[in-house]
Design a protein around this ligand. Sequence first.
Ligand SMILES: [Zn+2]
Length: 214
Amino acid sequence: MNRLLCDFRVVGPIQTNCYFLYHEDTRECLIIDPGFEEDTIEEYVRRKELKPIGILLTHGHFDHMVAANEVREKFGVKIYAGAAEKEIMADGAQNVSAQFTSPVTLEADEWLEDGQEVTFLGQTMRCIYTPGHTAGGVCYYFGKEGILFSGDTLFQESVGRTDFPTGSMQQLIRSVREKLFPLPDGVKVYPGHGMMTTIGHEKNFNPFIGAEQS
Ligand SMILES: [Zn+2]
């Protein structure tokens, strides 16, 4: 059997979804967007007897990465992020931490390029650049499993805000149309906030992307 399970905890003041994607048998686990509450994350990992193998960051906003360094040190794993997000992660003003808490910066261990594939949990994961919410934001696609972690790019019947540094609504809409909507309708979308959805549902009901032609 090669079965992956996906679960999450809502962490921190902005109710960020921190996901755990893990293999049912081996218990190997990826942690996506450990925004806050390293204790909550550690408790979940221990209780489920998971073995973390890496941390994926969809983008550098503080509410998705504040606990990442502690989780990395705790479990001795690497942090993966989009290479184009490097500057935002290194700048407390751009990653909005300075505005909400105190400035936080973070350096990933592996900087991924657009379309780069990495094998995790016995499957191919593809990093898809989806600029718009931030300049270097990415989605993570597990094609065999039909799962997409969409960060703050695509939400259930909504999209991420674009009024933070490097944001662009025009770019975000283009990213969703050109990079995400071509994925199969049945792909499950796990967003950075709120409820999960599917590509097919969003193609039909997302009012921000809509049917108007670019
Ligand atoms: Zn964000």
